[in-house]
Structures are given as C-alpha cells and as structure tokens.
Write a protein of this length. Sequence first.
Length: 300
Amino acid sequence: MSEHFSEARRWPAGIEKLMSFIPARLRRGRAVVPVVRLSGVIGAVTPLRPGMSLSGVARTLERAFSVKNAKAVALVINSPGGSPVQSRQIYLRIRQLAEEKKLKVLVFVEDVAASGGYMIACAGDEIFCDPSSILGSIGVVGGSFGFQELIKKVGVERRLYTAGAHKAMLDPFLPENPDDVTRVKALQKEIHAIFIALVKQSRGARLKGADDMLFTGEYWAGETSVSLGLADAIGDLRSTLRARFGEKVQTPLIAPASGMLSGLLGRRSPGALAVDGLSSLPEEAISALETRAIWAKFGF
C-alpha cells in the first residue's frame, strides 16, 4: 500500500515535467498573449533598404492573431514613421484581424511611435509607453533639393521632354514653380486630413488637446502624451501583461520567417546588399544615411 501511495505522489511532478515540453500557447489554463515587434522606417526608403510594409508584416500578424488560447495580442512599436499608405494599410490589417478574432490589441511604444509609427499605434485598443518614449508628429512632410544652379556651374544642360503640363512638377534640376508648390501643399493637406480622422476615430474622447495643438506635427514625451490622450498609460510590456493576465502569462514572440525557407521564397533582409556586392556600396551608404536622418529627427 505504501508503495502505491509513493507512486501516486510522484505523478503530479511527472505531469508537470511532461507539460514543460508542450509549447506555452498550447497549455490549458495559462493566459497567452502573443507579441509582435513592428520596428523601423515605414515603406521603401530606397530599393536597397526597404522598410516596414504590409507585405512584410502581414504573415506575422496573421500568425499572432491565430495563436491558440490567446487572450490579446501585444504590439511593440518602435518607428519614426514613413509612408502614409503603408502605415494605414498596416493599421487596417491589425484592426481587421482584431475584429475577426475578437481579440484586444495592446500597443507598447519603445523609443518612438511618431508620424506613421503613431498611426500604426492607433490600431491598439490601448497604448502604453515609457516616460521617455516619443509619440505624435501627426502631420505630413515632403522635401527635395534644387540643383539648377549646380548644373549651370559644371556646364550641364538640362534636357527634359514631357507630355502633360505638370509631368515634371518639382523636378530638382529646374527652378521651383510656385504653382507646383501649391499643388503639393494641397496634396499634403488632404493626406493630413486622413491622418487626423484616423487618430480621432481611434482615440475618440480620450484625446484631451485641441486640434491646433495635437495635429501640428509636434511630438511629446510619454507623460505628456498620456495627459493629451495620445497614450493611455505609462507601462512596460512584462509588468502590464502580468498585472492584467496573471504572473504566469505566456508571451511568445511571433517573429518573421527567416533562414533558408525565407531565402527560397525570395525575401531579403532590409538593407541587404545586392548580388553585385561592392558595386552597391555607395547606394547602401546613402540608404543608411537617409534612414539615420529620419530617426535623428526624434533624437535617436
């Protein structure tokens, strides 16, 4: 009898050991919150240094929202912005998946969620940030250079042939045309209005600042962002999820495909050199400088 009793006492320990070999997301009784990192400049900075895009993150998002027993999905965002189109498409995909799977989206801002990065953050039902995080920059920016005087000095003649009165609009080798600037500003204003509407729809009554403050392109640190309603609270991922779902909450990181299979599918890491190697180094250096300039705007 004592032998049977001793054997029975060993069963719970044996079961616990066996359970440790089962992936966390498949264990019953434990809350699971899959985590997806969305980091970097949004859109194609240059062909050699592609940034975050819907095509690059769609599969990862779908996998995260399909995790068994998930109680919510956590997004960790660190982006200074970029393409308004890609930003909005990623936002829409997140909201579509959240509604389809009936899951809350919790966003955690790291260094920065600005411009398009903040647009994506608005896909969260709640936004958390660090006191030193930077949020906002709700605006539209575009720029170019004027080289017309430079080519004169080096003796270069500009030859340009177009069909359409505005086909060469903002050509950097031609003098700036005030009418072209007016058209571009009208386009920016239209895109800005779309951005503002998205923020208002997502944040609703939580927004506390006036329009002429929130939507000027200005950005703020974490505490001020919370007071303005751009974020909901100061908090980090681990502490927030443990407080909400329990100390044993599982937070599997859902990473993009990598390795041999990824290569066979034609994917390439952002910034990877082209096949011709050294011949692409100048373009790669320019791409790196462009990316650095975008981050530098926010002090990073």
